[in-house]
Design a binder for this molecule. Sequence first.
Ligand code: ZN
Length: 487
Amino acid sequence: MLTIYNSMTRQKEVFKPLHENMVGMYVCGPTVYGDGHLGHARPAITFDIVYRYLTHLGYKVRYVRNITDVGHLEHDADEGEDKIAKKARLEQLEPMEVVQYYMGRYHKAMEALNVLPPSIEPHASGHIIEQIEYIKKILDAGYAYESEGSVYFDVPKFNKDYGYGKLSGRNIDELLATTRELDGQSEKHNPADFALWKKAAPEHIMHWPSPWSEGFPGWHLECSTMSEKYLGETFDIHGGGMDLKFPHHECEIAQSVAHSGHPAVHYWMHNNMITINGKKMGKSLGNFITLDEFFTGSHKLLEQAYSPMTIRFFILQAHYRGTVDFSNEALKSAETALGRMLDGYRRLQELKPSDTSTVDVSTLEQRAYEAMDDDLNTPVLIGVLFDAVRIINQVKDHTATATQADIDFLRRFMDTFLVEILGIRVDDSGETGDSLKPYREAVNLLLEIRANAKKNKDWTTSDLIRDRLAAIGFSVKDTKDGVEWSV
Ligand code: ZN
């Protein structure tokens, strides 16, 4: 029985979908105005695991992950310049050129990380009409007000009727005390109120007509609107990074309750954050490493390149609610561990059966399911997979024997939990680059021996090495500058 931790009730709950065999899941996606970084990789991988596991359990999952392409402002989500409009201004591009470019790069990075695409990936800018209709309903219900062409959500009124801040555990009195004063801006009745619609300043390049002004929607609104449109007024899972709990998810909750009279979400799930060498990631701290920089090793903090599968494996070695700290040491040890896992997978394909068995594979599957059912405990699952690798290595090294049934089971087991559920790529398409390093070095070693043999005029040995490598599939060419080889 799958249990997941519900951030709203702060406890693990048995997962019961609203509709039999159908699960609706909404995850807050990226604001696409720059290259994807590790902060993007973690929620994507976390909810990819949720998606994969629920699918494995037989649910039909409708997974919606949005693209924020308008309305995400620089300060407090509510003030300052639109992040995409700013980039467009600086680069002299159309805002949608910025969106298209970075969305393409985001998708490429997600594919490299073997993150499955969601079922629907709606854009905020493609749902302006729906957002306007949504605002009208909140206005009709009395939880919003118009002010100078903008529309704001009335937080104190909502708090009085329903309570505001339950997810993040903030109480509104404290909130009102700590929210900075609105210096000279009297549009909002209360500093805690947030924008549903903003009147566009003359220099603002992204704007649409509305009953209130030529303007644009507030950032929090798109998620309430698009989740309702594609998943209904109530749906199963809403996910995102912990940093989105406040204000973004609190605002989403307030909007959907004001709009429909009841909460929309059954299970709130939040992944924890990533730090780099113990520090928060940030452009000003100089430790803001993009995914591409990880894949190529081109950032000054990186001692080498790390393959996308190393990054994925590293993230999965921690439980999604635990913190993850990136360092070169930690990544290198993840790379080594992944290499060991992939070697085990490869060796499994070469195992020869015996008539009798001295290995015990009977508990592996149950332990694997128990790990995943316990709030998607991937580190425990990885431990179980390493137990399987240990068995594989014993059989391969002839310190144990396994029957054909054992071997068939192990192959099914690894294909299900390593490949299908954890989403680790096991084919050597170059993705797992560095796990092939020992093999490349072994070939180089053979060629070094061959070069020595040639020097000593030992033609038998030198020809034997060349011919045997050729038979395996390596082509070896002698050139002026030495030896070249390829597969
Ligand atoms: Zn959202």
